[in-house]
Design a protein around this ligand. Structure first.
Ligand SMILES: Cc1cc2nc3c(=O)[nH]c(=O)nc-3n(C[C@H](O)[C@H](O)[C@H](O)COP(=O)(O)OP(=O)(O)OC[C@H]3O[C@@H](n4cnc5c(N)ncnc54)[C@H](O)[C@@H]3O)c2cc1C
Length: 407
């Protein structure tokens, strides 16, 4: 018999395109009024009927944001599904924002290592208790267990958790972000890092998110009530990381007529919507680097989800494309495949700022040295939104009626 948490976990697995599409179908009727009215409530891990739970599939692009938005528009129209569509654009906004400010990612990576090294005494104990779900705050304990056991938390609970971690437990926000990133099935360098910064008052300078007992009581339907336990009116944190946005680097399309290996990675498994027409493919390869998320690696569940996602993409590519699809032990093991197939070019779906990009950048230098051309495929959807991500979300929000015309 399955343990209770296995049953909950099973609701996200398998990490496959088929599962993503059937979840999209199942949630489509709820994308309008139900979502608008109920999305802020966390009914608990056994009832996720009011939200889509599509984020792990978006994060690995087993389902593209474009497909989800198109479904909402086709079924309900912009007016009725506006709130849901805006939430999907939040994801794209965060990605674009970090793409324009890659130094925030570099600083975050350094800060995580420094914070781990700097932990000692009571603070270290509080950190360990918070992750183990052994604090004096019942809701924090429940969310820590849920995150570790299922790889998922409701958005509102993520906000409450991050706020209590930062302002009540007074732990470094970067360590909370690292804890989330290790465990979330939808773990995403941009949405995770920037949401934690937003809660702390760093993304929108001076505006932090303070969790309150009454809000938690209301939106958990009384399951939790941390009355008297939370920091009241905490001050926002401060730093100077955000700086000015850098120009986006142009991404030229891959050369046609060259023998090419397509490398699928855990940030984008959606080979069939990449626009591969005219590319002379000789093989498809797949890789995961999920342990690169954190100095502590990634959870077994997060790794399993990423591996299944890439394996599913390789299986469907093997069936759908006239070439073989193989799994790579690491990005550098592509060299043998290139020699076997006589490849002249390596192409991959654009890897946004994050650990996959870091690893692929390093591998690409080696591939170029070995005489291969390397190019990425940037999706028109991302390319259309990212230039608008220079400031706050409302700039993107205001552009939605225009952006959806191009979908
Ligand atoms: C501290 C913190 C950390 C977070 N870390 C991540 C992360 O690592 N990866 C991640 O994908 N999301 C992250 N989020 C955003 C959000 O919590 C999840 O995307 C959402 O809970 C996913 O559940 P869902 O698919 O049911 O979303 P729904 O409410 O059904 O929304 C539909 C889709 O819109 C996108 N979306 C919804 N809300 C947000 C949001 N606030 N920000 C960005 N995209 C959103 C997701 O792709 C989601 O699948 C974080 C939020 C906070 C507050």
């Amino acid at each position: 018999m399955l343990e209770k948490h296995d049953v909950r976990t099973a609701s996200f697995l398998p990490a496959s395109r088929a599962n993503a599409l059937s979840r999209l179908d199942a949630f489509t009727p709820q994308m309008a009024e139900t979502y608008t009215e109920e999305r802020n409530s966390d009914y608990g891990p056994d009832d996720r009927s009011n939200i889509s739970c599509l984020s792990p599939f978006h994060a690995h692009r087993l389902l593209t944001e474009q497909e989800t938005i198109a479904r909402a528009l086709g079924e309900h129209g912009l007016e009725r599904a506006e709130k849901f569509i805006q939430e999907v654009y939040w994801r794209t906004y965060f990605k674009g924002w970090l793409e324009l400010r890659p130094s925030v990612w570099t600083r975050y990576r350094t800060a995580v290592k420094q914070a781990i090294e700097g932990l000692s005494g009571e603070r270290k104990k509080t950190f360990e208790r918070a992750m183990a779900g052994e604090t004096d705050i019942e809701c924090m304990n429940a969310w820590a267990h849920e995150l570790v056991e299922t790889g998922y938390l409701h958005n509102h609970s993520r906000m409450w958790f991050a706020s209590i971690w930062t302002f009540t437990l007074k732990l470094p926000w970067v360590l909370g972000a690292d804890f989330f990133y290790r465990h979330l099935l939808d773990g995403d360098a941009a949405s995770n890092t920037l949401s934690w910064r937003w809660v702390a008052g760093l993304h929108t300078a001076g505006k932090n998110y303070a969790a309150t007992a009454s809000n938690i009581r209301r939106f958990t339907e009384g399951r939790f009530d941390p009355e008297g336990q939370l920091a009241v009116d905490p001050a926002p944190l401060e730093d100077d990381w955000n700086g000015k946005p850098e120009p986006l680097v142009a991404v030229p399309a891959p050369a046609r007529g060259k023998k090419s290996i397509l490398v699928l990675h855990e940030d984008d498994c959606g080979w069939d919507s990449l626009g591969l027409e005219g590319i002379d493919l000789v093989a498809v390869a797949g890789m995961t680097v999920t342990d690169d998320r954190s100095p502590y690696g990634a959870s077994e569940l997060a790794k399993r989800f990423a591996i299944e996602a890439v394996e599913d993409a390789l299986n469907t590519a093997d069936d759908g494309l006239p070439v073989d699809a193989v799994k790579l032990a690491s990005p550098s093991s592509l060299d043998d495949l290139a020699e076997e197939t006589g490849a002249e070019q390596v192409i991959y779906p654009y890897a946004p700022v994050g650990p996959v990009r870091d690893r692929l950048d390093a591998a690409a230098a080696g591939w170029r040295q070995a005489g291969l051309e390397v190019s990425q495929i940037l999706r028109p959807y991302d390319n259309a939104v990212w230039p608008h991500c220079t400031k706050g979300f409302f700039h993107v929000k205001n552009k939605i009626p225009e952006l959806i015309k191009d979908l």
